[in-house]
Design a protein around this ligand. Structure first.
Ligand SMILES: [Zn+2]
Length: 468
């Protein structure tokens, strides 16, 4: 069995959730509502009047356009395409320099309202966008988040379904599906062999978008209960856990723990006519162990573009009454902020060509021969979500010699900047083996430690040795 080393503790890979959660609590890797509130400090919030209202398509569109007009330096409003009935699939991008990808800056996304009658996520994202913008420049925590992250906010993936939905719907009202009557969270290409699905316009636009932007982390907001679930949503060969199980448990539990009550034991939506499944006690569950979904979005995000995504069930009622929104907003706001910040818990940097110094796109990044093998983006930039431990990280590309680095991530330094230089096959004509060297200290927001001199010396030594 592969084992991960967490500081002094060894936790078996694929250990169950409880062991990982105990570790996260003991090592103080996760924080609760009050602690995060203190970390963020004083911030401007929306008024109760602003929060206690729903936004239909026309109002949502006006709200987003107004933000884009008021904060042109910090956000830009895009549409990634149209729904079946021709409504725009709006995405508000928030960052310092929001219009384009900045090499090295990670991309985050929140998508809500995929099921048109599950609406709190949609309202939460509208408020979150405004919260980030009105606090920029005055709240240090939120300013740093906006400066260092490109944040994509899609309040509604299914605007057609929303227009059919009804306020007060607890569980079974109309509007869940898109205008063609298709459940979008069963509409992505499946891992399992089955009847081919008719991929819907909304699904297709999300797939194209997610392949065009190097998303590192995301969450998909649903409603109907109060829990986070993580991939896989389906079983294959009797298994439903990914090779990055510890990371998904950490992501999911970080959200649940930051919520005012999601992490607490107890019946979640009893008496609400709600989904009363087995009631996972810590507020998180593996998707398929809860109930199986094939063709869901989170599985596809992980498997195809390599974006780590969790699914957050925000509250019991599908379409709560407007007067209930302030309470839900208070429950979720710190968790929504905290989760975005986890995008910085990565090994990240640039993969560079030794000869030209330019970034190498599509180089692979693999960790301890397990979990998802990710690829570098256009500028050679890469991000690999990680939890505390010591790892062998291998960087490889068809036209280059692979390099393996040993990286130690600690609880105190969850962000590790690592530039890597690869030697092209064409540059070195003699045989060349993969190199392994250790990086002594974690680097947090410091200078790149690209080391072409080391590579050159290594190449020289190799050449001398080969002569003998
Ligand atoms: Zn849903």
């Amino acid at each position: 069995m592969i084992q991960l080393i967490f500081s002094d503790t060894i936790i078996p890979f694929n250990s169950d959730e409880n062991e990982i959660i105990t570790f996260l609590e003991t090592e103080h890797i996760v924080e609760g509502y009050e602690e995060i509130s203190n970390d963020i400090g004083s911030m401007k919030d929306l008024t109760e009047e602003e929060i206690a209202k729903h936004h239909n398509y026309a109002n949502m569109t006006a709200y987003l356009k107004k933000l884009a007009e008021e904060f042109p330096e910090l956000c830009t409003l895009n549409s990634i395409g149209k729904s079946v009935e021709g409504r725009e699939l709006w995405v508000l991008v928030i960052s310092k320099n929001p219009k384009h990808h900045i090499p090295g800056k990670p991309e985050f996304k929140y998508v809500a309202n995929m099921h048109g009658n599950e609406v709190f996520g949609r309202e939460a994202l509208l408020r979150l966008a405004k919260l980030l913008l009105i606090n920029y420049g005055s709240n240090e925590y939120l300013t740093r988040l906006v400066d260092t992250t490109r944040i994509h906010i899609m309040p509604s993936m299914n605007p057609d379904g929303y227009e059919r939905a009804r306020e007060g719907d607890q569980m079974v009202g109309p509007g869940r599906d898109n205008a063609n009557g298709i459940d979008l969270n069963r509409n992505f290409p499946k891992r399992k062999i089955g009847a081919p699905v008719q991929v819907q316009p909304e699904t297709l636009r999300i797939m194209e978008w997610s392949k065009s932007v190097p998303f590192v982390l995301s969450a998909n907001l649903h409603g109907g209960t109060n829990i986070v679930n993580y991939p896989f949503d389906d079983f294959q060969h009797g298994r439903s856990r990914t090779g990055d199980h510890d990371i998904f448990v950490t992501l999911a539990y970080s959200y649940a723990r930051a919520h005012s009550n999601m992490y607490k034991r107890g019946m979640r939506c009893a008496g609400n006519g709600g989904e009363d499944f087995s009631d996972p006690p810590k507020g998180i569950t593996n998707g398929a162990e809860w109930y199986e979904v094939s063709g869901g979005m989170q599985d596809w995000m992980y498997l195809v573009p390599g974006c780590f995504e969790i699914t957050i069930e925000t509250n019991c009622a599908k379409f709560p009454w407007a007067k209930e929104l302030p309470q839900f907003w208070n429950d979720h706001k710190f968790a929504l902020i905290r989760y975005m910040d986890l995008i910085h818990h990565t090994i990240h940097g640039f993969i560079l060509d030794e000869q030209t110094g330019k970034g190498i796109a599509n180089a692979t990044i693999s960790v301890n021969s397990r979990g998802k093998i990710l690829k570098s983006y256009e500028y050679g930039d890469y991000w690999r979500l990680i939890t505390p431990g010591t790892y062998e990280v291998t960087f490889d590309h068809l036209h280059y010699y692979p390099v393996t680095k040993t990286v130690t991530i600690t609880t105190d330094s969850p962000s590790f900047f690592l530039n890597v230089t690869l030697t092209p096959h064409s540059y070195q004509t003699h045989s060349h083996q993969s190199t392994t060297d250790s990086i002594a200290s974690p680097i947090n927001n410091s200078q790149p430690n690209s080391n072409p001199i080391f590579v050159s010396i290594f190449a020289l030594i190799s050449l001398v040795l080969l002569k003998f």
